[in-house]
Write a protein that binds this ligand. Sequence first.
Ligand code: FES
Ligand SMILES: [Fe+2]
Length: 415
Amino acid sequence: MHDDLATLLLRRRPWHTLEAPFYTSNGILEAELDLIFSRHWIFVGQEPDVPEPGDVNALAIGNARILILRDDDNQVRAFHNVCRHRGAQLVPDGRSQVGNLVCRYHTWTYGLDGKLLFADHMGAGFDLSCRGLRPIALRSLEGLLFVCLADDPPDDFDVMAKAISPYLAPHRIRDCRIAHQVDLIEEGNWKLTMENNRECYHCSANHPELTVPLFAYGFGFAPESMDDGSRAEVARYEALVTESQGRWEAQGIPSRLIERLSGCATGFRTERLVLDRDGESHTVDTRVACRRLMGDLEEKRLGGLHFWTQPNSWHHLMSDHAITFCALPLGPDRTLLRTTWLVHKDAVEGVDYDLANLVAVWQATNRQDADLVGITQAGVGSRGYTPGPYSPHTEGLVEEFCAWYVERMTAGLGA
Ligand code: FES
Ligand SMILES: [Fe+2]
């Protein structure tokens, strides 16, 4: 498989979709779990998943079952969710609360620091100290949680953290709580989920809710095919960007584009996008959905801060709420998309916000995107599929995603 994979990677045509096996092959998914998902920083959730000591969140990255917890010193930690006795999964997937971590098979008991505290009937010479839970590297980027399954994680996480922290900090994700979380299974390869996210070429035809306050021109356009009306719209958009960025930067709210999506292990991009219609937030009526703003923010009109990470996440932060998206492969043609809506921890449902209104745009958008991923999987897995070209104006960031993927797979195979 690895020779075939090396050949496929080598002959990938830039600015074209990947060949079919990248979307359909079990063997390639196995290689990705090894070379991508086990060797890079993977977004897995946020500190509000585990707000109190003893809170646990368990999930799977491919065949790696992991748990994230908050210990008694308020530190967030990650461990393999595997008992060191006979290997039982220690805590169930999803969120739970524990005092200690007690395996229900033979009651081996671990502290929140991972140390084995108790294991009876193991004989006089049994040494508890060398049977603690196996730790996993974890970093919190202003409350967004990333893990790396490798013993030697990519050391450029700090480059991302330094660049992104000032953008995220005003929204104070650590001081949020989860208003809503949904797991959606998309019937497509995880790269189709990500590629679809990296462009808005499809937005005007598919996303009536999402596009209400979005400028089509924020996502690229073909200058040669523009009429006077379109040119006027572009000018209005550019004037609003200049005005908004100046206003935000004067308040100490960073907004300018930072892009480092390929040519590195820890790829990312951020930009604070302006919202049209005098938009306060990315909602159906463009008003804030939550009266209690995030952190200590007072200004409602902060646009939509976009933050993307390779290989598996994107995030939108407005003045009143934030939404995080975590994509994880379940199989070559199935992907888990976990979407989390965050509001200030003091915001009260029914008083400060209406949940249906808060989640309306992305509930609809996720359904629409899942459908697009599904029809694409059906096509790329079909006999007639051959790689197609990206738009030079609107799909450059899809190309960046694929370029990063090919680079990292190739580097991993070489190593
Ligand atoms: S497998 Fe966990 S205590 Fe035996
Ligand atoms: Fe979409």
